[in-house]
Design a protein around this ligand. Structure first.
Ligand SMILES: NC(=O)c1ccc[n+]([C@@H]2O[C@H](COP(=O)([O-])OP(=O)(O)OC[C@H]3O[C@@H](n4cnc5c(N)ncnc54)[C@H](OP(=O)(O)O)[C@@H]3O)[C@@H](O)[C@H]2O)c1
Length: 284
């Protein structure tokens, strides 16, 4: 594959670039908001740090836009003032489609694709080693979707081509399984700390429960993995949980999450009547 340049030397840019080098692709280098980030990324990928975006554009056939989602449009706008005819653009946003960020790309004779790694990329230096475990999603111009499909196939990476119009829904799904889950665990930790555990002790104590539950979910799906007082319709237990919460925030947080559990329990046991449980949770 032709020379690849990165605009945005953050976690995703540096990680993908490092993996691309490992897979044998050729990099030009990085342009970033701060030159220091470009220098750091260029050092770990043995490529060049660019002070001028124009020079990176001139040297690269493929440009990865690995800037924050909110900066994608302004980055594309800047690119339209540079000689981009014939270039291939790749963005890595989960929520935006190529049509959202560059609807008039045909006027500039530019092709674009979205390549989203469904993976938490939490640092710049280590994740490149495990990124092959991710499923990547692709959307955009046919030729580029085909090019990246072929590339990912050749690396035995998993990918799925998705409809551009479904990106927001797809990204919401990803957020529920990752970011929202973090917040749920944080709330659980906070309650454990009110019971005398420090954070480390609480994490250690919860780990076997969380791991076994996650394994069950991954193996059998959430419906069959579901256990606990809501599934059993133990109304008194749930009432005691609600009474134990110190703040309205905690009670509402618990109740809203628990209402989703009621729906899941109802799907699992259509013969059960969960209406009283549901009412108690709605009435708090
Ligand atoms: N992190 C994840 O888990 C993850 C996973 C999948 C997809 N994504 C997507 O990947 C993209 C990048 O996310 P990230 O996590 O890598 O973000 P990040 O770590 O914050 O990196 C963004 C980089 O872009 C640079 N930047 C910001 N504004 C810029 C501009 N106007 N021009 C040039 N460079 C600019 C930043 O500047 P400095 O030069 O100041 O450092 C930073 O290095 C986003 O679209 C995100 O949705 C992220």
């Amino acid at each position: 594959m032709a020379n690849i340049g990165f605009i945005g030397a953050g976690k995703v840019g540096t990680t993908l670039a490092k993996r691309f080098v490992y897979q044998g692709l050729s990099l030009t280098g990085f342009f970033s908001r701060s030159f220091a980030s470009a220098v750091f990324a260029s050092k770990v990928t043995l490529s060049k740090a660019y002070e001028d975006l124009k020079d990176l554009v001139e040297d690269s056939d493929i440009l990865f836009l690995t800037v924050p989602d909110d900066c994608l449009k302004e980055t594309v706008e800047k690119l339209t003032h540079l000689p981009i005819s014939g270039k291939k653009l790749v963005h890595t946003s989960g929520v935006y489609s190529v049509d959202d960020i560059f609807p008039n790309r045909e006027d500039f004779q530019v092709q674009a694709v979205g390549l989203h790694p469904l993976f938490p990329i939490s640092d710049k230096e280590k994740v490149w080693e495990t990124i092959h475990k991710a499923t990547f999603t692709l959307e955009g111009d046919k030729g580029l979707v085909a090019l990246f499909s072929e590339l990912l196939d050749s690396w035995h990476f998993t990918y799925k081509v998705i409809s551009p119009s479904l990106k927001s829904k797809y990204h919401a799904a990803a957020s529920i399984s990752s970011n929202l889950y973090c917040a749920l665990v944080d709330e659980s930790l906070s309650l454990m700390q009110q019971c005398g555990f420090d954070e480390k002790e609480a994490l250690m104590a919860l780990k076997p429960l969380m791991m076994a539950n996650l394994e069950n979910i991954l193996e059998k799906g959430p419906k069959l993995a579901l256990t606990g007082p809501i599934e059993r319709n133990d109304i008194c237990t749930v009432k005691r949980h609600l009474q134990a919460m110190k703040t309205d925030f905690e009670r509402h947080y618990y109740a809203q999450s628990a209402l989703a559990v009621v729906s899941l329990a109802q799907k699992k046991h259509p013969q059960n009547n969960y209406s009283l449980m549901q009412q108690i949770l709605k009435d708090i």
